[in-house]
Design a protein around this ligand. Structure first.
Ligand code: GLN
Length: 270
C-alpha cells in the first residue's frame, strides 16, 4: 500500500482517487451521502471536523477494525442491525439458517422457536419479523450482547440471559436454532477476526465443544419431533452427524453460497 499523507487530501475527489481501503464507505459514513451523491459533489471541500472524523475512521479501518464496527450497523436478510464489539458481525452465510427455518413450518400456526446464543439478535429478530405468529425466544450468556439484541428488536421476543440451555430451564421448543462458536483454538483465520468477541468464535481444540454441549443437552428441550438447526464449520459435518445419530433422524445437510458445508437440520426421535 502506498503511504498517503491524509493531511494533503481536501476534497471528496482527492479521497475517492486514493486507494484507501473502503474509502467510499468511509466517506459515505462521514458525510452521510450515497456513493452517487459523493460523485456528483466531488469538488466538495471537507470541513476540518469532517476531515478529522474521516481520518480517524481511515486509521481505525487500516488497523483492521471491521467497517461494521465503525458504522455500528450491518445488513442481514431484509433488515439492518446495530452491532458493537460485544456482538459478532452477522455473516451472509447465516442467512441460510433463515431460509431453512422459514420453510419448515406453516406461517399461520404458532410454533415455539429458540435462537441459542443470539448475539446481535439477527436470527430471532429476522424470523420473528417474517413470521409474527411464531413465538421467539433468544438467549445469550453475554449481558452486553443481549442489550444490543433488545435494541434491535421491534417485535415481541422473549430474551433470556444464560449459557446455552441454562437460560431456558423450563421451556420446550419445536425448533432450536444456533450459530454457536465453532472455530478451533489457534485457527489461522482468527487473526482476521481479532476485533470480534472471541467467545462467540472459538470453541475448544476442534471447534466442536459448544456444538457438543448443545447436542448432548437438547433432547429434553425439544417437543415431539422437534428440530435442531445448526450452523457449523465447513469441515465439521461428518463429526456432527456422528454426534446426532443416537437421538436424531431425518438429518439434512446444507451448503452455503460458497458451496461449503455450513448447516445441519435434524429431527429428534421422540
Ligand atoms: N462463520 C464465522 C467465520 O468464520 C464464524 C462464526 C461462528 O463461529 N459462529 O468468520
Amino acid at each position: 500500500m502506498t503511504i498517503i499523507n491524509l493531511q494533503t487530501l481536501d476534497t471528496i475527489q482527492n479521497y475517492l482517487s486514493s486507494d484507501i481501503i473502503d474509502i467510499v464507505l468511509l466517506l459515505s459514513l462521514t458525510l452521510d451521502k450515497s456513493h452517487a451523491q459523493l460523485i456528483s459533489h466531488n469538488n466538495y471541500q471537507l470541513s476540518s471536523n469532517e476531515k478529522n472524523q474521516l481520518n480517524q475512521f481511515i486509521k481505525h479501518r487500516q488497523s483492521g477494525v471491521p467497517f461494521a464496527y465503525l458504522s455500528g450497523t450491518k445488513g442481514f436478510y431484509h433488515l439492518d442491525f446495530k452491532v458493537t464489539p460485544d456482538t459478532l458481525i452477522p455473516r451472509p452465510e447465516t442467512e441460510l439458517l433463515i431460509d431453512i427455518a422459514l420453510g419448515l413450518f406453516n406461517q399461520n400456526q404458532t410454533y415455539e422457536v429458540l435462537d441459542l446464543g443470539t448475539g446481535s439478535g439477527v436470527i430471532a429478530i429476522t424470523i420473528s419479523d417474517k413470521n409474527p405468529n411464531w413465538n421467539l425466544t433468544a438467549t445469550d450468556f453475554s449481558i452486553n450482547a443481549l442489550a444490543v439484541a433488545k435494541q434491535n428488536t421491534k417485535t415481541n421476543i422473549n430474551f433470556q440471559l444464560g449459557s446455552w440451555f441454562e437460560a431456558t430451564p423450563n421451556q420446550t421448543f419445536d425448533l432450536i436454532i444456533s450459530n454457536p462458536p465453532y472455530i478451533k483454538q489457534n485457527d489461522i483465520h482468527l487473526n482476521e477476526l481479532r476485533f470480534e468477541p472471541q467467545s462467540a468464535l472459538i470453541s475448544g481444540k476442534d471447534g466442536l465443544d459448544d456444538i457438543q454441549i448443545i447436542i448432548n443437552n437438547i433432547p429434553k428441550f425439544l417437543n415431539e419431533k422437534g428440530y435442531l438447526l445448526l450452523e457449523h464449520g465447513f469441515n465439521q459435518q461428518q463429526k456432527i452427524i456422528q454426534l446426532l445419530k443416537d437421538n436424531f433422524f431425518n438429518i439434512k445437510k446444507f451448503k452455503d453460497y460458497n458451496q461449503k458445508n455450513r448447516a445441519i437440520l435434524a429431527q429428534i426421535k421422540h
